[in-house]
Design a protein around this ligand. Structure first.
Ligand SMILES: NC(=O)c1ccc[n+]([C@@H]2O[C@H](COP(=O)([O-])OP(=O)(O)OC[C@H]3O[C@@H](n4cnc5c(N)ncnc54)[C@H](OP(=O)(O)O)[C@@H]3O)[C@@H](O)[C@H]2O)c1
Length: 286
């Protein structure tokens, strides 16, 4: 089978990793970036530098966009002819913008898939990596093999917003956990500890989260608010201890204060004897 030719639009770290993965896999690769100077290594390896966006989009079977957000697609593509082209936008954004972008591309005669990349650039082309994809199933099936070069695709349905919805759900968990790591390190540093001192315990905590997610899932989906293992009143007290440890250490407490406020609100609302699954209801009512 002939390999698809690929155009990569957007050469940040992610777009460059994608172009490199396609070169590694033997695809014909064309690259375009708004500003010059980001494609030297790729061109040295055989990628074609398009003279402009029109040439870039016309050059390949598939155009993969890896931009800061969806709005950047409009400014990158401008009024480039898209009739009969296939666009796969792997840029992060909110689901509704992904849906609007799909309508915009469809009105110009292009087939359009949305995607959310679940790994950093170093994970592109690696075993175990995944990308959420959504949009018309026949377009996905036709181009699946080419997209799987980047990471195993996980098709989330015809709604072009769904790949972004699943992606943003992952990002909610990612950003809160990652910020938690830096918050802990700020407290650690204020108390004379290094990141290396904390790392073994961070690994343990991160690994344990899978168990918490698995344990609470049936209760949440059944509308059971739990409380047998851990009462929200205890959790609220624990979160206060976290907040005051940070405050006593003289570090920023903004994020932890918001956290403590949520647990306090749960107790004030009369949910102190319930378990943490009750928080989903509390957050949904906001
Ligand atoms: N890096 C990661 O770890 C990671 C992981 C998962 C998902 N992602 C997602 O992958 C996408 C790309 O990530 P990245 O790290 O490569 O991002 P980045 O470093 O911010 O690069 C963004 C790209 O967007 C282009 N761009 C921004 N505004 C533009 C505009 N108005 N018109 C045309 N081009 C524009 C930039 O062009 P210039 O070079 O001209 O500025 C650059 O090529 C993002 O949506 C990101 O959320 C990234």
């Amino acid at each position: 089978m002939n390999q698809a030719s690929i155009t990569i639009v957007g050469l940040g770290p992610m777009g460059r990793a994608m172009a490199a993965a396609y070169l590694d896999a033997g695809h014909r690769v064309t690259v375009w970036n708004r500003s010059a100077g980001k494609d030297g290594d790729l061109v040295a390896r055989g990628a074609h530098r398009a003279a402009g966006i029109t040439e870039a989009v016309a050059a390949s079977d598939l155009t993969v966009l890896s931009l800061i957000d969806v709005d950047a697609m409009y400014s990158a593509l401008g009024d480039t002819a898209l009739e009969g082209r296939v666009l796969v936008n792997l840029s992060s954004d909110v689901p509704d913008k992904a849906r609007k972008a799909a309508r915009w591309a469809g009105a110009r005669g292009a087939a359009y898939l949305t995607g959310g990349v679940n790994v950093p650039p170093s994970g592109i082309g690696q075993e175990g990596s995944s990308i959420f994809v959504s949009g018309p199933q026949e377009v996905y099936e036709e181009h699946r093999a080419a997209l799987d070069v980047l990471a195993a695709t996980d098709y989330r349905g015809a709604d072009p917003g769904y790949a972004q919805l699943y992606y943003q759900l992952n990002m909610i968990m990612f950003w809160t956990a990652y910020t938690g790591w830096y918050q802990a390190l700020a407290v650690a540093r204020a108390n004379g500890l290094t990141a290396a001192d904390v790392l073994p315990y961070a690994g343990y905590t991160a690994d344990s989260m899978r168990g918490f997610y698995t344990h609470t899932t049936p209760a949440i989906d059944a509308g059971d608010h739990g409380g047998a293992d851990a009462r929200l009143a205890m959790c609220a007290a624990s979160v206060e201890h976290v907040l005051h440890t940070a405050a006593d250490s003289g570090v920023d407490t903004g994020i932890l204060a918001a956290h403590a406020e949520l647990y306090r609100r749960a107790v004030d609302a009369g949910f102190g004897a319930d378990g943490t699954p009750r928080l989903v209801q509390l957050l949904t009512q906001n």
